[in-house]
Design a protein. Sequence first.
Length: 265
Amino acid sequence: MQDNTVADKIPNPETRNSDKISIRNLNIWFGRVQALKNLNLLVQSNEILSVIGPASSGKTSFLRQINRLNELEVNCRVKGEILLDKKNIQELRCEILRKRVGMIFALPQVLPLSIYDNIAYGPRMHGITDKNYLDNIIEQSLTASFIWDEVKDRLNESALKLSGGQQQRLCISRTLAVKPEVILFDEPCSGLDPISTAKVEESMLKLKKDYTIVLVTNNVKQAARVGDRTAFFLMGELIEIDKTDKIFTAPGDKRTDDYIRGKFG
């Protein structure tokens, strides 16, 4: 069961102006398998929340529920609620929610288009057609994800020619182009080399000034490097959440300490 002391540490969402996302009694099932159990969690504005835990601990199910991707699974059932700026996400149209809450997946999902058109795709879908305005969006988005200098002379080339690390940063740029408020990262560096990983992490640290970020990662060192706070999930339950330096130096639960030390997972 989820430790009651975890829930006790979570303030009432109505009393916190800095909370961007409020998760209340969230339960998720896929068929008969319960992936997430009675989750209560707050994500603060302009923070990076790292979410760690072994496989099948509910991390990705939690992440996908924030922009309602679990609804695409025919056998998924959800109880509880998620509030975005105190409004239930179920009351928002999916296209509006996913504009406000972008997601970066483990494998880069670039479009078979030019680099320029990959970034312009979202803004065009939202009615932006002015070439000068699009040019500015492309440069700003690519700069924010630390890839502008690498591709500024190649914007008309196919995005498929980019390296894996570049493609992942291009996906970040494409998300930024529609000006979301929250960015969800699901194992964004799992297939990247250390140099590309460092660039993605640098991008996250810069972006949190303007965005709220939730990072699911199996790399505990990455969680320690970039997270303001860290949540540890185990078998569908939130075991504990605290400031990252405390989680990694003096966790409140032995299971957290064992996981961080590599004793299981």
